[in-house]
Write a protein that binds this ligand. Sequence first.
Ligand code: SAH
Ligand code: AVI
Length: 325
Amino acid sequence: MSTALIDVHVGDGTQRTLHDDVLDGLTRPSKELPPKHLYDTHGSELFDRITELPEYYPTRAEREILTSRAGEIVAATQMGELVELGSGSATKTRVLLDAATEAGVLRRYVPFDVAESVVRESVDRLGEAYPGLELHGIVGDFERHLGEIPDPEPGCPRVLAFLGGTIGNFLPGSRRRFLRELAARLGPDDRLLLGTDLVKDPDVLEAAYDDAAGVTAEFNRNVLTIINRELGADFPVERFEHVAFYDPERRWIEMRLRARRAATVRIAALDLDVMFERGEELRTEMAAYGEPALLADEPLEHLLERAEQLQDRLARAAGDRNPFA
Ligand code: SAH
Ligand code: AVI
């Protein structure tokens, strides 16, 4: 039998950040919301569907890297414990869990995610698949609750994984703050496993965020459904159009929601009316790529001083230069 524990650090607090973020973000001259609010139960399911889409290559690329290099990663780190930030459904993670349990080194897996349902489901499923593995789920916001990660057992080498390019979803200032905090919490026996994508053909990037089946559009619009439900708002969800474009200067993709018509939205819990002009856009996500946008960050440079880079087959074939070199 595996042992399982789940700590919940969000709840009313998350509701409050949604309040604050909606109030701040929707009263700015350029409307925006932080991407973490895209993930309720439905948003997490939609993200999982995105990872299966032909256009959304990052998950397949990362799975390929993990599959071909998991043995090496486990041998190099002796992963006694794996902590995963933004773990989601932890599907790809199984590649690492398999390699580390096969090597007989892994004792504990700590999935950390803001979406309670995904933490509970992944702990349930992994408990069945990996009997003997200790599971300690954390439902929390990695911008606020890194301190809630349990201390590693003494002498147990720990790997902190941050996969899927989620690091690209921060705005640069918040990313720097997060990386500083993360760096401060990494002990001498800890290793960081970071998954991020490199800049490539804008058409490929834009297709990945605007799939033909419209799943990403539904994922994007779902944030309005969340605000309607949680804050008693009346967004006419279908009257907002999904927009995704690559900004070559910032080297990031932006997802936005564009009002097809002028609208005034009532947000009852905030006693707020928000006006949208026809065509006005609300930014819901940035996804930054490779260097220099990401890797030039001073705290990350410091963390990567001794880093090794693992690339997927396509990136190697394309001859992308090694930004860690
Ligand atoms: N790691 C998985 C899932 C990526 S989706 C993969 O590579 O496929 C991003 C995940 O990060 C979601 O599950 C989302 O709920 C979580 N997330 C986003 N912002 C977060 C935050 N501030 N704190 C904790 N989890 C967050
Ligand atoms: C989780 N995160 C890294 C995904 C990304 O690619 O930025 C979320 C996503 N947004 C649209 N499609 C997928």
